[in-house]
Write a protein that binds this ligand. Structure first.
Ligand SMILES: Cc1cc2nc3c(=O)[nH]c(=O)nc-3n(C[C@H](O)[C@H](O)[C@H](O)COP(=O)(O)OP(=O)(O)OC[C@H]3O[C@@H](n4cnc5c(N)ncnc54)[C@H](O)[C@@H]3O)c2cc1C
Length: 344
């Protein structure tokens, strides 16, 4: 079978890699080149939702986060280029006694829901000196969260594919089947087909990179912000979440506020210089979940979209589910992740 993957973001490249690994002939097409969309950003937090009120989305996110270590080790080994993946954990400051009580309950539910493989525990904040200020002196530490350098990960995937003879081209060759992983453009194409309803949209996010080598410490989640120390001596911080925007790629005072809040939360960043400011559009399906399966417009073709805020975290599982479906005809995609969930 010759599979044409449209879109060289994290979804398209991961799916292409999973298909190549199964011995299929694959072509990747992207007129704008790899990482031209949301995947060309900075943050790279692979972090779980809270371990309570379990549902399909949380269960599949857990499965994908657990798969990530093997997936990225495989990509790195195939190329020698390190995607800078590390399961370095995450800490979150606890604001008051209520937050501490909630964290204790979640520690118990995490033990069951995360199958005893990862911990959600309460520790003194000074276990991680200088990383975060906590009003109670306590933090939640989880050992499931990981970080991945988005651009390095994309570069590693591109190189791994090239080593198997697959390059990213601007023109579409003819194949036996097509998988559309075209991010926001692919969602916009669907708008209007369900009785003029919005099927998907682009939610703008602004992020920044600071120069500070914090070593292999956990990432921080504080006041809704991700602070992610990367393996290249930088720290990514993000993000804004903007449904209304004029220019998807510009940064402004909203990012200044994010940077100020990150510096306030994390003492180690107070004088760290900003080295990059970036903005892009997250592909958000109406269901807010990934949109995987048969393409609603293109007969006999497939779609993988809707990564929204967790596209990097979901990529290993998305790649597996799509390869299973397209190559083996095994459809293990739950109803919540199908295009119909956003079309209904
Ligand atoms: C500020 C910000 C912070 C984020 N932080 C995180 C995070 O910490 N952790 C996380 O897991 N996720 C995060 N995300 C979300 C994540 O980046 C996205 O979910 C993910 O990148 C989406 O990947 P994608 O491959 O579906 O789409 P994209 O990366 O947008 O790729 C789509 C590609 O399709 C191409 N394309 C468009 N039209 C066509 C066509 N007709 N033919 C061929 N190709 C086409 C585009 O050029 C583009 O390269 C963040 C997003 C933003 C914006």
């Amino acid at each position: 079978m010759h599979i044409v993957v449209r879109g060289a973001g994290i979804f398209g490249l991961s799916i292409a890699w999973a298909c190549v690994e199964r011995g299929e002939r694959v072509s990747v097409v992207d007129p704008h080149g790899p990482g031209a969309g949301a995947s060309g950003g900075l943050v790279g937090a692979l972090a779980p939702h809270v371990p309570e009120a379990w549902n399909t989305k949380k269960a599949l996110q857990f499965e994908s986060l657990a798969m990530a270590e093997g997936f990225w080790a495989g990509v790195g080994a195939a190329t020698g280029l390190d995607p800078l993946y590390a399961r370095a954990g995450r800490i979150q400051p606890l604001a008051d006694a209520d937050a501490v009580d909630r964290a204790r309950e979640r520690a118990a539910s995490a033990h069951d829901l995360w199958q005893g493989r990862y911990r959600w525990e309460i520790l003194p904040a000074d276990t991680f000196p200088g990383l975060v200020d906590s009003p109670t002196g306590l933090v939640v530490h989880d050992t499931l969260s990981a970080r991945l350098h988005p651009r390095q990960a994309l570069a590693a995937l591109v190189r791994a594919l090239a080593a198997k003879g697959v390059s990213v081209t601007a023109d579409a060759p003819k194949g036996d089947t097509v998988i559309h992983a075209t991010g926001v453009a692919g969602l916009w194409e669907l708008n209007g087909i369900a009785g003029n309803r919005i099927v998907g949209a682009g939610v703008k996010g602004q992020a920044a990179t600071l120069a500070r080598d914090l070593g292999p410490v956990p990432q921080v989640y504080a006041d809704g912000l991700h602070i992610v120390p990367h393996g290249d001596g930088t720290v990514a911080i993000g993000s804004t979440s903007e449904r209304e925007w004029d220019d998807p790629a510009s940064t402004d005072e909203k990012l200044d506020e994010v940077i100020a809040a990150a510096r306030a939360a994390c003492p180690a960043l107070r004088d760290a210089p900003v080295i990059e400011r970036w903005a892009g559009l997250r592909p958000r399906a109406r269901s807010r979940a990934p949109m995987l399966g048969r393409h609603p417009l293109h007969d006999g073709e497939f779609i993988a979209n809707g990564g929204f805020k967790i596209g990097f975290g979901m990529a290993p599982l998305v790649a597996k589910l799509m390869a299973d479906l397209v190559i083996a005809g095994i459809d293990a995609i739950p109803p919540e992740f199908r295009p119909e969930a956003s079309l209904a």
